[in-house]
Design a protein around this ligand. Sequence first.
Ligand code: SF4
Length: 264
Amino acid sequence: MSTKGDIRGTREWAVAEINCSRGCTHGCLYCYARYDQVVRRQLVCDSEWNRCLDLQEEVEKLHPLYDGQVMFPAAHDIIPENLESCVKVIKNLLDAGNKVLIVSKPHLSCIQRLCQEFYAVRSRLLFRLTLTARNPQILKIWEPGAPGYGERLMSLRSCFERGFATSVSIEPMLERMDVVAMVEELLPFVSHSIWIGKMNKIDSRVVAGDAVIASEIKRIRLEQSDEQIKCLFQELQGVEKIRWKESIKEVVGLDLATEPGLDR
Ligand code: SF4
């Protein structure tokens, strides 16, 4: 049952969200950060959003020791163009003693650089790599500028084999019927958790720009109906590393988190 103090979204994972860029080249159709900064707050125009610009003040900022796990980044991604800025921010967070959750649709070259740079402090890092589907056609439509599944899987393996704590986010799940098989493929390289969640607020965040996208939206809606979510919950019951985001907890009747950053 939900209560007033319920924790939603990334607050389930972290007590603070840190960013150092504006915009993202991955171009995900469901992107909350783009909706927030382009449509809602009009901080940047659409054409600029698809570039990724450093926010120099944020890159240089010294951070306090937060009272729980910190997420980086939350409103952009780590891409070759901003990699060195991201390294600097993560270093600043770690230097202050923080435990950092790195969330990314990973580029293998970026992940390798991060693993190399932060190997000695890996006990305070947790990688959460976003793998939303395996089907290349679906990924091309929904996440047109992001690395494909193969590169993301290699990135996950790379972190795991170097002894980093690893986790996966299947949020939003883009192909419900393949989730169980994808989880089976990913589990050997996951030491921490696999989070699963629905696509949220489709009406306000996703523009049905053409017939292909409109048909995809329809498919996603059907695949994340309450009935389908309950089936998925049953299919994955007993898989110890599975965690359900609040969009699914609400459907299956699990309590929502009441404190931020618990990450469980
Ligand atoms: S990777 Fe994240 S920030 Fe970048 S477009 Fe996709 S959802 Fe938005």
